[in-house]
Ligand binder design. Structure first.
Ligand code: PLP
Length: 243
């Protein structure tokens, strides 16, 4: 592990002066936060990363984890979810609208494919084209003018197929589509897809990030704050923040 990575894991996002310089950040168990006046509660312009209003929206302990993942993934913002699937579906709901089109690799995580093929098709009229993904030309060929999202997973579940992230992202962006990648198997230690052109990097924290088979969680990291705002809104409305 690189020295920088160790620093991120140990210190990133930890604002010691916010909790009496305790070296171990406290676990904030609260739901509601109080404000001096009702006006200050409603003043969304004044909100920053230290403004916490309600635990379904944001929590100081969750924020620390998000800052660490953001730095590890070399992104701008991360959002942590109650599971990897909560993160994956939030990306789909952020990027896709009624009647749109998704391109997804055939060996992607099964429940994600089920969500696309069943819920998204039936309730959103979103079509999905599944591809091998090994050849960038194949990706270029299946992208359509109304493709909204290209979903990669490299290496992919079970069989570890890999995609050329950079070429895939170039082709997708040329069509105006966003690029999502499940980076679970590489972890941020071995691959940072935002640097290769991806728009969303997803992790299930239930696997390598957690590392001990004792938690369920997921994350989305983005480099565009506008996209981050859309992800944050979906998480708030669906209520899928990690506990
Ligand atoms: C387990 C897994 C997921 C789903 O994560 P959950 O936390 O179980 O919802 C997504 N992608 C990959 C590659 C996985 O292995």
């Amino acid at each position: 592990m690189k020295e920088k990575t160790g620093m991120i894991l140990a210190h990133a996002g930890e604002e010691y002066d916010q909790y009496f310089n305790a070296i171990v950040p406290p676990v904030f168990m609260n739901s509601l936060n109080i404000f001096p006046t009702v006006d200050e509660y409603y003043d969304s312009d004044k909100r920053d990363k230290h403004t916490y209003c309600y635990g379904r929206v944001q929590n100081p302990t969750v924020r620390i984890l998000e800052e660490k993942i953001t730095e590890l993934e070399k992104g701008v913002e991360s959002y942590v979810f109650s599971s990897g699937m909560a993160a994956a579906t939030a990306a789909v709901l952020t990027a896709c609208s009624c009647g749109g089109h998704v391109v997804c690799i055939r060996t992607a995580y099964g429940p994600l494919k089920d969500f696309l093929q069943n819920y998204c098709r039936e309730h959103m009229n979103v079509r999905t084209t599944f591809i091998d993904g090994d050849d960038p030309k194949e990706i270029e060929e299946v992208l359509e003018d109304d493709t909204q999202l290209l979903m990669l997973e490299s290496p992919s579940s079970v069989v570890f197929r890999v995609q050329d992230i950079k070429k895939a992202a170039e082709a997708a962006h040329a069509k105006g589509a966003l690029v999502y990648i499940d980076n679970t198997f590489c972890t941020p230690i071995y691959q940072n897809p935002l640097e290769l052109g991806a728009d969303f990097v997803m992790h299930t924290a239930s696997k390598y990030l957690g590392g001990h088979s004792d938690i369920i969680g997921g994350s989305l990291t983005v480099k565009d704050p506008e996209l981050g705002k859309r992800v944050r809104t979906i998480r708030e409305q669906i209520g899928s923040i990690i506990g």
